[in-house]
Design a protein around this ligand. Structure first.
Ligand SMILES: Cc1cc2nc3c(=O)[nH]c(=O)nc-3n(C[C@H](O)[C@H](O)[C@H](O)COP(=O)(O)OP(=O)(O)OC[C@H]3O[C@@H](n4cnc5c(N)ncnc54)[C@H](O)[C@@H]3O)c2cc1C
Length: 293
């Protein structure tokens, strides 16, 4: 199917983009276009005006401050993959971005587009949920910050309001003694959408797990933190987590109980639940090993 004609608007600043969003009724923002244009081409949506974010420099910068790495929303996955700041302070994000599509897709697709599409199977949301990061949203009236935990409300639905632009993702640097592991299962080794995924973040102190976050993707309308699976790990000896003691099995079961997967072309709900247990257990073990190194 061919794309219908649309007006292509190229603001040079955030203020100009906000004004355009206000002026045009039927419009959409476009970063890389790898979700938007596919949806428009397949007739799922149409907009008379497309506002490109590509010319707004501040949206593609990665900056370091004392406790955070701040990523512009229009930063491409390949820039994230190669960012030495992120590799040093939150390596799970470059790893998650490296799992997105092909090199060609990663060259143009952005982290902001990934989370604003808010597909339950998207690759970067689970590691962002594990990080407790903050998102900055801007509109003509100013800016506001929202925790990533309050951003996703359903498959392809977020708390972003009409007229808002996601500008920054503020990721806390990993604390010392913290390990994080991503487990993505797709139907092939590359260019694959998650059938299920799990992220574990484990912080240890004196050989004891003092903080844990288990996030699961593609098995509910949004990726989510399994509070029950996370809590049960706190206070456990790291060696128990590495050596797969009963508590790890229990965390897997709790994560399964929290999940609510669909059956679709990639796998049945039952298959996805089985995957959740395996992926959660693997992620806990790997994160615990990393936390000790
Ligand atoms: C071949 C192929 C393979 C893919 N594989 C994967 C994969 O393995 N894993 C995965 O997670 N995804 C995958 N995707 C989906 C897609 O590439 C990603 O979701 C990508 O990160 C989207 O970014 P984008 O910049 O292209 O978004 P766009 O298409 O430009 O935008 C997506 C949506 O977000 C909105 N938007 C974009 N930026 C902003 C902003 N700053 N503020 C507010 N709204 C905004 C747009 O209006 C649009 O609704 C794949 C896509 C293709 C075509």
């Amino acid at each position: 199917m061919y794309l219908k004609d649309f007006n292509y608007l190229r603001p040079k600043s955030l203020t100009e983009a906000c004004n355009m969003l206000q002026q045009h009724n039927d419009c959409a923002l476009m970063a890389g276009g790898t979700d938007l244009l596919v949806e428009m081409k397949s007739g799922l949506r149409y907009h008379e005006n497309i506002i490109s974010l590509a010319g707004i420099k501040e949206l593609s910068e990665i900056e370091e401050s004392n406790d955070y790495i701040t990523i512009g929303a229009a930063t491409t996955h390949n820039v994230i993959v190669n960012s030495s700041l992120l590799k040093q302070h939150y390596p799970a994000l470059p790893e998650a971005s490296s799992n997105v599509g092909t090199a060609q897709v990663r060259n143009i697709a952005t982290i902001g587009g990934n989370i604003c599409t808010a597909a339950s199977c998207c690759d970067t949301a689970p590691v962002l949920l594990a990080s407790d990061c903050t998102l900055e949203l801007v509109d003509i009236n100013g800016s506001r910050e929202v925790s990533v935990n309050d951003f996703f409300i359903f498959h392809r639905k977020t708390t972003m309001k009409k007229g808002e632009i996601l500008t920054k993702i503020k990721v806390p640097k990993l604390k010392p003694g913290t390990g994080i592991s991503i487990q993505k299962f797709g139907l092939r080794n590359a260019v694959t959408i998650s059938v299920a995924s799990a992220v574990a973040l484990i912080t240890i102190n004196n050989g004891i797990c003092v903080d844990a976050k288990i996030v699961i993707g593609a098995v509910a309308p949004t990726p989510f933190v399994s509070e029950a699976a996370s809590k049960i790990l706190i206070g456990e000896k790291v060696q128990y987590l590495i050596n797969n003691y009963e508590v790890v099995d229990k965390a897997g079961d709790l994560a399964v109980a929290d999940s609510n997967p669909l059956s679709d072309i990639r796998g049945s709900a039952d298959y996805r639940k089985r995957l959740v247990k395996v992926l959660v257990k693997r992620s806990i073990k790997n994160a615990a090993i990393r936390a000790t190194n």
